[in-house]
Design a protein around this ligand. Structure first.
Ligand SMILES: *[C@@H]1O[C@H](CO)[C@@H](O)[C@H](O)[C@H]1NC(C)=O
Ligand SMILES: *[C@@H]1O[C@H](CO)[C@@H](O)[C@H](O)[C@H]1NC(C)=O
Ligand SMILES: *[C@@H]1O[C@H](CO)[C@@H](O)[C@H](O)[C@H]1NC(C)=O
Ligand SMILES: *[C@@H]1O[C@H](CO)[C@@H](O)[C@H](O)[C@H]1NC(C)=O
Ligand SMILES: *[C@@H]1O[C@H](CO)[C@@H](O)[C@H](O)[C@H]1NC(C)=O
Ligand SMILES: *[C@@H]1O[C@H](CO)[C@@H](O)[C@H](O)[C@H]1NC(C)=O
Ligand SMILES: *[C@@H]1O[C@H](CO)[C@@H](O)[C@H](O)[C@H]1NC(C)=O
Ligand SMILES: CC(=O)N[C@H]1CO[C@H](CO)[C@@H](O)[C@@H]1O
Length: 775
């Protein structure tokens, strides 16, 4: 082994290279090449590093076409294309170029290739040093084609819109003396991003296309063309571009229209102007909100007003991108609906106030015209949303409804009732008994109201300005009386107000009132005086009066309200009255007594009781006289002697005594004078006890005498003296007034005689007899 290493570094002649390296492939060449007729062939060739040792001793270098090994000669034979020792084949004469730099390279170039020159090209290298020989043969397959082949296009597996891509066009050919050109064709000129790079390496001619595909490039036929040095287009390859791009020009279309009527069938279609790959899903959005996501390109519905109006967008999505369409506004039109009428002003509507009624509805398109109806009747002048009453009138009450209209149609609202409240109207008062109203008759006033809303709740009645009565009904019945004459008006009142009528006159007619006889002059009337009586009437309606005069119901005169009585006589005394008469009736005055004054006359005195008067009894004297004026006072006399004065016409003597027996008369006096009654004997007898006592006392003689006297008187009393009065009358008189009780009169002297005295009058003499009681 040590020996061997030494050999390696043995100085002197070259040692055997076999020890130094293994150089099976001395050159580097392509294994095959293509070219075509007329083109040139360039066989690049360079020495391998391992060959450098042998290179120095390289003796024979020959390029053969189709070299063949000969057993006989142990050598290769063939068409010599190039040789450093031998001449080249005449067929290649002038067409061969060998590499200039022969140290490193062994390249060969043949021009104007002929089809026969197809085959195997071999490079034979022989190196010899001393006795050593090293031989190599390197073969290259060369395919001489008839014409240039199509270049190869190498493209990425997919193209995407907006993503830069490289496409390489190449051909395994290069020859310095016959340079071909690869150029790209079929690209759209608008694409600014296209650029190409040509390069040559390892017998390759190539052109790289760099571009950013757009949707427009999709489907385009891109060609790579091979041109000979003369510019002749010789071959080409093409590539149909498949560009993936997002959905293009996404548009939402609405069928039949964007503006549709409620209930119409609407179809929305999301259209694109191409998408690669196809749209995988469609997204529907309304007013920014997701609605549906579906594969279908179309979406249909029956339009509903509230639901379907809005702004729609569809989105088309593929694997590249999701692309929205521009928004499309869909308007679902419908005739006005939910139409209603509302009162904008207060619900209590008074006449003269402002009232606004408004018509509300939903409508698309907006309402163009509002029609208003009053009690079903079209109000021509009103076309606005609001029905405006500046000052509503009572006759504008009623039901109102509106009917708004748009292009699609109309709709009717329900009616609203407008009830205009107002004070009573046309308040009139009428007299239901229009003819003459007599006192005591029934009168009815009628307060009529033309109309009132709300109804009248009460009526006030006025008589000559002052309030008189309040009623629920418009009728005021009453019985006519004088005080009820006057101008009447009524006021009808409801919740809104009160309205007063103009007055009606009630003229209650009545017979004269306060009819009285008035005398002139006043004072006492003496005989001969003149007296005027006037019939005074306080009031009467009507005033036209007729007078009639009566005295003691006997007609005295007619026509004048005065009755003149000249030269009064006593006989004129009496009760006068007048009767005043108007159209209604007559009224009689109270009889007016007219007295002609005269002194008392026919003065009469009476005694009660009648018959025997016994001592101890009660005796009443009564004086009666005819006098004008009436008797003022009565004076009583016994036996001509004044006893008493009384205002009353009676004198009561209690417990009479025999001693007061005598002739009594009375004198009646008035303002004029006085008159005396005829005397009346008052004879008082003893009673039985006194007689007994007297008898016991021995005075029986006197008594006996009296007794006899009495008997005589009984027998001889004159007829003229018989009582002028009836017993009954006397009793009545006695009972009328309780006479004043008097102490017994003082006895003056015993009555000794009995008789009739003649009085001033012509009447009979009165007697009173005293009798002894039966013993
Ligand atoms: C050449 O000789 C080799 C052996 O030396 C043999 O195998 C081959 O067949 C021979 N070729 C021809 C053409 O005689
Ligand atoms: C040219 O040579 C190749 C291989 O070198 C061969 O495949 C081809 O058939 C030949 N062409 C012709 C026309 O002889
Ligand atoms: C592309 O162009 C070439 C040449 O212009 C043509 O032969 C080929 O049929 C075309 N291919 C398509 C898909 O159009
Ligand atoms: C695509 O766009 C072109 C031009 O803008 C137009 O003519 C064509 O109809 C569109 N195609 C579709 C499917 O929208
Ligand atoms: C309502 O009354 C007013 C006067 O008060 C009158 O001018 C108008 O014509 C009346 N309208 C109707 C519809 O009766
Ligand atoms: C009151 O007057 C009105 C109108 O004049 C009339 O219609 C009505 O009948 C009258 N009422 C009575 C009770 O007379
Ligand atoms: C009633 O009215 C009439 C005229 O309208 C008037 O002359 C008269 O004085 C009135 N009467 C009263 C009592 O006011
Ligand atoms: C070793 C070898 O074959 N050498 C040859 C090189 O070329 C000349 C000329 O053709 C030949 O004579 C040699 O024999």
């Amino acid at each position: 082994m040590r020996h061997l290493i030494w050999l390696l570094f043995l100085p002197g002649k070259a040692p055997s290279p076999c020890f130094l390296c293994n150089c099976n492939s001395p050159v580097k060449v392509p294994t095959s090449l293509i070219t075509w007729t007329g083109a040139c062939l360039y066989i690049p060739c360079s020495y391998e590093h391992c060959f450098s040792f042998y290179k120095r001793s390289l003796s024979n270098l020959t390029w053969y076409l189709n070299p063949k090994y000969s057993n006989k000669t142990k050598e290769f034979h063939g068409t010599v294309v190039y040789s450093n020792r031998d001449p080249i084949s005449p067929a290649f004469q002038g067409r061969v170029q060998f590499q200039k730099d022969q140290d490193k390279y062994c390249s060969l170039q043949l021009s104007d290739l002929q089809p026969s020159e197809n085959g195997t090209y071999g490079l034979r290298l022989i190196a010899s040093s001393n006795a050593n020989k090293w031989k190599w043969i390197t073969r290259i397959l060369v395919n001489v084609l008839d014409s240039p082949p199509a270049p190869e296009i190498e493209a990425p597996s997919e193209f995407r819109e907006s993503t830069s891509a490289h496409v390489v066009c190449s051909i395994a050919y290069y020859c310095p003396d016959y340079k071909i050109t690869l150029s790209w064709g079929g690209l759209l000129p608008h694409n600014p991003e296209i650029f190409t790079t040509s390069s040559v390496e390892n017998i390759m001619t190539m052109n790289t296309l760099t571009f950013t595909p757009t949707w427009e490039d999709h489907g385009k036929n891109v060609t790579c063309q091979l041109s000979t040095p003369t510019g002749t287009l010789s071959s080409e390859s093409s590539l149909v571009l498949h560009v993936k791009y997002a959905p293009r020009n996404v548009q939402l279309t609405v069928t039949p229209r964007q503006t549709i009527k409620e209930g119409d069938r609407v179809t929305l279609k999301c259209e694109t102007n191409g998408s690669n790959p196809a749209v995988s899903v469609y997204n529907w959005k309304k007013d920014g909100l997701q609605l549906y996501q579906e594969q279908e390109q179309s979406w249909g519905f029956y339009a509903e007003a509230d639901e379907h109006s809005g702004s729609y967008i569809c989105e088309a999505a593929n694997e590249i991108r999701t692309v929205p369409s521009p928004a499309v506004r869909i308007q679902v039109q419908y005739a006005p609906k939910d139409t209603r009428v509302e009162l904008l002003t207060g619900s209590q509507i008074r006449e003269g106030t402002m009232v606004i009624v408004s018509c509300f509805c939903k409508a698309v398109p907006p309402v163009s015209l509002y029609m208003w109806y009053w009690n079903g009747q079209h109000i021509e002048s009103q076309t606005q949303k609001n029905l405006h009453f500046d000052k509503i009138l009572s006759n504008q009450s009623g039901s109102y409804h509106c009917e708004p209209e748009n292009e699609v149609g109309t709709s009717k609202s329900r009616a609203i009732m407008i009830d205009v409240l107002y004070s009573p109207k046309w308040v009139r008062i009428t007299l239901e008994t229009p003819h003459r109203i007599l006192e005591g008759s029934a009168v009815t006033l009628n307060c009529s109201v033309g109309s009132s809303n709300p109804p009248v709740i009460k009526y006030r009645w006025y008589q000559d300005v002052r309030q008189y009565r309040e009623t629920q009904e418009g009728i005021l019945p009453f019985v006519a009386s004088e005080e009820q004459s006057g101008n009447y008006s009524c006021a009808a009142e409801n919740a809104v107000g009160s309205i007063q009528s103009s007055p009606v006159s009630v003229d209650v007619q009545y017979a004269p009132k306060g009819v009285n006889v008035v005398r002139e002059p006043l004072g006492s009337i003496k005989e001969g005086d003149t007296v005027t009586l006037k019939c005074s009437v306080t009031r009467a309606n009507p005033h036209a009066l007729q007078y009639t005069w009566y005295k003691d119901n006997v007609l005295q005169g007619e026509g004048s309200d005065t009755l003149r009585l000249p030269a009064m006589k006593s006989a004129d005394s009496g009760h006068y009255h007048c009767e005043a008469q108007n159209a209604v009736g007559s009224t009689v005055a109270r009889p007016f007594p007219l007295d002609v004054w005269y002194a008392p006359r026919d003065v009469q005195m009476s005694v009660a009781p009648r018959g025997q008067i016994v001592e101890g009894m009660e005796v009443m004297l009564r004086c009666r006289a005819d006098a004008q004026p009436a008797v003022l006072k009565y004076d009583w006399y016994r036996d001509g002697q004044w006893q008493e004065r009384e205002v009353q016409d009676t004198l009561l003597i209690e417990n009479v005594d025999v001693g007061i027996s005598g002739h009594y008369h009375c004198r009646a006096s008035n303002q004029i004078s006085s008159g005396d009654s005829p005397p009346v004997l008052l004879y008082i007898r003893y009673n039985s006890r006194t007689i007994a006592k007297k008898a016991a006392l021995g005075v029986g003689v006197g008594l006996a005498f009296l007794f006899l006297l009495a008997l005589q008187e009984e027998a001889s009393s004159p007829r003229a003296c018989s009582g002028a009065y009836e017993q009954e009358e006397q009793e009545i008189l006695l009972s009328r007034s309780e006479p004043r009780r008097r102490a017994p009169l003082k006895p003056q002297r015993p009555v000794s005689s009995v008789g009739c005295l003649n009085g001033a009058s012509s009447e009979a003499i009165n007697y009173a007899t005293l009798q002894f009681p039966p013993s």
